[in-house]
Write a protein that binds this ligand. Structure first.
Ligand code: NCD
Length: 329
């Protein structure tokens, strides 16, 4: 493992991540990627630690990925799903967290449909003076730091598999296309990509991309541009990140029809011709096939990094669990 002076206790947001922290996560994840390619894919690093996955909102890949990451590090894992829990009997979120604390949990991985819940639990743990770390696994429309980091790792390892690092993105053009308004993934990616010095282009219809997003990248190393058409974002792009239309978070009709959306903003083979010839496409999943990305493109390994993102996710989450798990005194 790389030697590190990591001091972060909770990972709640990428907004204040330093370049050194990005590089530490990338290098540590690269080491775990190597572990995951061995015949025995397990290390004893977090033996005796308890990692609780507290998912108050549905999830397939993030929950399974954190669980596998914890198991590969030899931690004991506890899984909680709100629908089958005592929350249905009226227990509060903080009381649920304290129940897991009383069982000796060391790291809480938290997903919630409301922004700020992981933060509130982290504050409560700090107030109680207990050495429990909180990892935000997606809170409302706020942030999804582990997804932002795994997207970064996926891109950086493609550019240099031996030494993934933030500066590799410096002269790249990256487009994020889709339901940016409702996306915590976009918000985390905006922080990491603008920190790298890359050019970041956001594209969506105005109802899904309010003007205030242009202020996000201010005073950062990179440059951020907002477009209400797809073409300027795709022109000469090196990477295109597509996002799911989050119908569950749309309170009013923000789009005329899914068909029209696909025609204007859906990523297809022919639209990719605007990009650099070796462009790659990412999507955090779950995908609405044929809406934000055409079905054939999604399955084409020449362009699609979607499965690589899922694989990278385990190594990146191992890195995060390792870094915060071994930093606690
Ligand atoms: C994302 C999420 O839950 O924020 N998915 C994920 O974690 N892989 C994106 C989404 O739900 O569209």
């Amino acid at each position: 493992m790389p030697t590190t002076d990591w001091t972060r206790h909770h990972v709640l947001s990428l907004a204040d991540f330093t370049s050194a922290e990005y590089d530490t996560v990338l290098q540590t994840a690269a080491s775990f990627q190597e572990v995951l390619s061995r015949r025995t894919k397990k290390v004893p690093t977090l033996q005796g630690h308890v990692v609780a996955n507290l998912f108050f909102e549905p999830s397939t890949r993030t929950r399974s990925s954190f669980e596998l990451a914890a198991k590969r590090l030899s931690a004991d894992t506890l899984n909680f799903a709100s629908a089958s829990s005592s929350m249905t009997k009226g227990e509060t979120i903080l009381d649920t967290a304290k129940t897991y604390l009383a069982m000796g949990t060391d790291i809480m991985v938290i997903r919630h449909k409301e922004a700020g819940v992981p933060n509130a639990i982290a504050q409560e743990m700090d107030r109680l003076g207990v050495k429990v770390s909180v990892l935000n696994a997606g809170d409302g429309q706020h942030e999804h730091p582990s997804q932002g980091l795994l997207d970064l790792f996926t891109i950086c390892t493609l550019l240099d598999s031996d030494s993934p690092r933030l500066e590799l993105l410096k002269d790249k053009k990256i487009a994020i296309v889709g339901d940016i308004l409702h996306s915590r993934v976009a918000r985390s990616n905006i922080w990491s990509i603008t920190a790298s010095g890359a050019e970041l282009h956001l594209a969506a219809p105005p109802t899904l991309l309010p003007k205030f997003f242009a202020d996000f990248g201010k005073d950062r190393a990179g440059k951020l541009f907002v477009h209400w058409q797809l073409e300027p974002a795709l022109k000469d792009a090196d990477f295109v990140m597509t996002l799911r239309l989050q119908k569950e978070r749309m309170t009013t009709h923000l789009l005329p029809s899914l068909r029209e959306y696909h025609q204007m903003f859906g990523i297809t083979r022919s639209k990719l011709q605007l990009c650099k010839p070796n462009v790659k496409v990412l999507h955090p999943g779950p995908v609405n096939r044929g809406v934000e990305i055409s079905s054939d493109l999604m399955d084409d390994p020449e362009f699609s990094l979607i499965q690589t993102q899922v694989t990278s996710g385990v190594a990146v989450r191992m890195a995060l669990l390792y870094l915060i798990g071994t930093t606690r005194g």
